[in-house]
Design a protein around this ligand. Structure first.
Ligand code: SAH
Ligand code: SF4
Ligand code: F3S
Length: 476
């Protein structure tokens, strides 16, 4: 592999993007006689990486002169950022796109663009082209920079465009210089790398997000410094597998080095990251976290399955005993750490014994919380073609047992927090305006009594706990 010296910037793509932004801006400036701005709405499905991409789409929409709207009604531009990780995610996106037909019928100047992981699969771009004639264009995950160009061409009367090219997905030189409209002042996503090289046998992500590309530490640091200077309190570094950060850079920098470097930034903030792959979780990283003043004591470490046979067929490249060693090392270095995980039930060929092995690791690892998923076959991945698919009713029954087992562990872990004093970051918005909520370092929900300031840290003494949340009094 040739290693890169510098960042993922293509001067040509950046110039093309800027010029198209100016073209659309000229249109939006002239569009309304009363001086109001045409509206744009952005819908997001999927993971934090998509949330971060949507903040870039929102930044572009603003730069093009649109005003952001919370709903698609009477919008001149609607962008849908889709997910493909499970069938359900695709169905939801397609149903929302289906509903836009009526919105566009009522407001024909609406331009609809669909991007993200679902339409980065050629068969799905084709579905949109054929069955959703009111959708104007699609764009791949690596082509955000092209969105202004696609809008500008459509405004100029050009045809519909549905392109997924292997070249676009493999591009290592997409534009980095995209404006960002952040949705929160308190929390921010910072991508440290894009793509995934792991090819877990069930997962679509490597096919729709291309190969791993790391941003330089200088660039990440300057973004984080800017956020901290703006008062941001909770910064999450994003990548599909942050532990392989830097492998593609010539400088030899590692993710542990990055954490150490960012920890030297002055300011009152928390630093988190996701997601870590157990095969690359190093002792250096654990040490860098434990030493850091700002790294949250939270580790999200997807297990996927507790059966070594299934892990092998998933192409995960670790076994349950290696996994449990990492959990032990994390707890030894940071006794107060919150550990969370992802589990898939019903992977092809999963026997009752395999599933029992997963329950066993769950009881031993004692996660604070898990995200559990029923295996969903993804076209184009090896697991899609495996013979021994598990019947739906078996998958559902195992899913229920998994949740029951984990809920008992979560309740025990939360109850153990009663009596402790925790630093809690108060949310920006509360569901009930009179009941403040916040998040612990480990991301647990806390219902707070007492006077607290939105978006600021406070100290809470925990006095009650249930399976999914804690309760406590603010003491400063
Ligand atoms: N890069 C991250 C997360 C990727 S997607 C990682 O490696 O952990 C988030 C989670 O979705 C995965 O951890 C996995 O548990 C789940 N997932 C991915 N593909 C799936 C599929 N085909 N069916 C069910 N769950 C899946
Ligand atoms: Fe998917 Fe595996 Fe990559 Fe995570 S590490 S995105 S599960 S292929
Ligand atoms: Fe979905 Fe793509 Fe994220 S498939 S989970 S939006 S990387």
């Amino acid at each position: 592999m040739t290693k890169r010296e510098n960042n993922i910037i293509s001067p040509e793509k950046t110039a093309a993007m800027r010029s198209a932004v100016a073209d659309v801006r000229a249109y939006t400036d002239a569009a309304r006689a009363d001086g109001s701005r045409p509206l744009a709405h952005i819908m997001t499905f999927g993971c934090q990486q998509n949330e971060a991409d949507s903040e870039r789409l929102a930044g572009l929409a603003r730069a093009m002169g649109y005003e952001l709207s919370p709903t698609p009604e009477r919008c001149s531009l609607v962008l849908v950022n889709t997910c493909a990780v499970r069938e359900h995610a695709e169905k939801r996106a397609l149903s929302v796109i289906g509903q836009l037909k009526h919105q566009k019928a009522k407001f024909p100047e609406m331009i609809i663009g669909v991007g993200g992981c679902m339409v980065s699969q050629p068969h799905r771009a084709e579905t949109l082209k054929r069955s959703y004639p009111y959708v104007d264009f699609s764009f791949c995950t690596t082509e955000l920079w092209r969105v202004p160009e696609l809008i500008s061409a459509r405004l100029a009367g050009g045809g519909r465009v549905f392109s997924v090219s292997a070249d676009a997905l493999e591009a290592t030189d997409f534009s980095e210089d995209i404006p960002v409209a952040r949705s929160s002042r308190t929390h921010a996503w910072v991508s440290v790398m894009y793509g995934c090289n792991n090819f877990c046998s069930y997962c679509i992500v490597p096919y729709v997000r291309g190969r791993e590309r790391s941003r330089t530490p200088e660039d990440v640091e300057s973004e984080v410094r800017g956020l901290v200077a703006d008062g941001c309190r909770d910064i999450t570094l994003l990548g599909q597998n942050v532990n392989s950060y830097g492998h593609d850079l010539a400088s030899g920098v590692t993710f542990a080095d990055l954490i150490t470097r960012l920890s030297a930034i002055d300011g009152d903030f928390r630093l988190r990251f996701m997601t870590s792959h157990p095969k690359d979780a190093t002792s250096d990283l654990i040490e860098a976290m434990a030493k850091s003043r700002v790294a949250a004591h939270h580790f999200h470490l997807p297990l996927q399955s507790g059966s070594d046979r299934v892990l092998e067929r998933m192409n995960r490249r670790y076994d349950s005993s290696r996994y449990l060693d990492i959990v032990r090392e994390l707890r030894a270095a940071m006794p107060d750490i919150t550990i969370t995980s992802d589990i898939i039930v019903g992977f092809p060929g999963e026997t009752e014994e395999d599933f029992e092995a997963t329950l066993d690791v769950i009881r031993r690892a004692r996660f604070d919380m898990i995200y559990s998923f029923i295996f969903s076959p993804r076209r184009g991945t090896p697991a899609f073609d495996m013979d021994d698919q598990i019947p739906d009713e078996v998958k559902s029954a195992r899913f229920a047992r998994l949740i029951e087992t984990q809920n008992a562990v979560s309740l025990e872990r939360n109850r153990a927090a009663v009596g402790s004093v925790l630093r809690v970051l108060v949310d920006d918005e509360f569901d009930d305006p009179d009941s403040p909520t916040g998040r612990t370092e480990g991301g647990k929900l806390v219902h707070i009594s007492g006077n607290v300031k939105k978006g600021e840290f406070c100290t809470v003494i925990i006095d009650d706990a249930d399976t999914f949340s804690l309760r406590g009094k603010a003491i400063d």
